[in-house]
Ligand binder design. Structure first.
Ligand SMILES: Nc1ncnc2c1ncn2[C@@H]1O[C@H](COP(=O)(O)OP(=O)(O)OP(=O)(O)O)[C@@H](O)[C@H]1O
Ligand SMILES: [Mg+2]
Length: 328
């Protein structure tokens, strides 16, 4: 069952506007900034408590950079991140620290995430101890489906699935309200993926957790997310309720991405041009619509010049495209 949206007047848990995170490309000797990798180049996102928003798009489009910027591992160059109504980009590091605790990241490689020199229990208790929160590794291990006795084991004694559960327990130990899951299931086999997905769904319901769920696996996204944001070259090109995006994708890029997904049947009422070529470089994005050089539906003369408008789509969400979607 879907959670209820935020009550009227309550701010969304997360509201991101115009977010830009660029990385400098430096000259060899002088280390002067020669140009910028525009990894995230004007991203808007909204996420309510208890909901899952998936972030999808080809490799290199900026998904991880969005997640890392949200949890404070990268500094944005511009834009706004409001978490529970508080503007994070304006806070001092000291003021930011307790807010960051409420925003956690679980990423792809559980082996790299756990210090090999710490017993599992110590690893789980490290974060809460730093924040003066109660340490309860046994309870957390049980909550993620592991035996409490595992607290005494070393990371190398665990399987990949067990280690990913430990990473989730470590995130939960800080009592977060939002967890960014960056390809958190990719390293696991399908049956373990299903167990972890069930665990994440249970935890979401029990704690009204929100997830920003970054994944290449569109079949998992379809099953797991309430809403989907589709990213291309640093921007969100389409967003909307999962059912609408999968059944009636409004943006030509979303259509191509869905058609390219091996385990999904393409929606029958759309032409399904496969994605040709690689995405352009985020150092010098094409003018107009950044997707126009690969877009099978590009309008001659216009898409190469005009900034695509953000338009509402029938059934919910938006599409950033000159081709008018069905109006609500
Ligand atoms: N620290 C960095 N310094 C310079 N460029 C970076 C840095 N981190 C990421 N990038 C570049 O930013 C762009 C976006 O990278 P990012 O890792 O966010 O993509 P992604 O969508 O997560 O890709 P994937 O699906 O492969 O994980 C890429 O062009 C990448 O090379
Ligand atoms: Mg990534």
């Amino acid at each position: 069952m879907s959670p209820s949206p935020a009550p009227d007047g309550a701010p969304p848990l997360l509201q991101v506007e115009g977010l830009r995170t660029w990385f400098p490309v430096r000259d060899g000797l002088m280390q002067r900034t020669r140009s910028w990798v525009r990894a995230v180049d004007g991203v808007d996102l909204t996420l309510d408590r208890g909901f899952t928003l998936a972030l999808v798009g080809e490799s290199g489009c900026g998904k991880t950079t969005v997640g890392r910027t949200l949890v404070g591992l990268e500094r944005p160059r511009a834009g706004s991140i409001r978490f529970d109504g508080v503007e994070l980009t304006q806070l001092s590091p000291a003021a930011l620290r307790p807010v960051r605790r409420r925003l956690q990241l679980v990423f792809q490689d559980p082996a790299a995430a756990v210090d090999p020199r710490m017993r599992i229990g110590e690893a789980i208790e490290e974060g809460p101890r730093n924040f003066g929160l109660p340490c309860r590794s046994a309870e957390l291990l049980e909550r993620v489906g592991l035996d409490a006795a595992m607290a005494l084991r070393w990371p190398h004694e665990l399987s990949g699935g067990q280690r990913q559960r430990v990473c989730i327990a470590r995130a939960l130990a800080l009592e977060p309200e939002l967890i960014v899951c960056d390809e958190a299931l990719s390293a696991l086999d399908v049956s373990v993926q299903a167990q972890i997905l069930n665990l994440l769904a249970d935890l979401r319901r029990q704690h009204s957790l929100a997830y920003l769920f970054i994944s290449h696996d569109l079949s998992v996204v379809r099953h797991f997310a309430h809403r989907v944001a589709v990213m291309y070259l640093g921007r969100i090109v389409e967003e909307g309720p999962t059912g609408r995006v999968f059944e009636r994708p409004a943006h030509p890029y979303t259509r191509a991405l869905l058609a390219a997904a091996p385990r999904l049947t393409p929606a029958p009422h759309h032409p399904t041009a496969l994605l040709a070529g690689d995405p352009p470089s985020p150092i010098a994005p094409p003018p107009g619509c950044p997707f126009h050089p690969r877009c099978p539906e590009a309008l001659a003369g216009r898409c190469a010049r005009e900034e695509p408008p953000v338009l509402p789509v029938a059934g919910g969400g938006i599409s950033r495209c000159l081709l008018a979607p069905e109006r609500p």
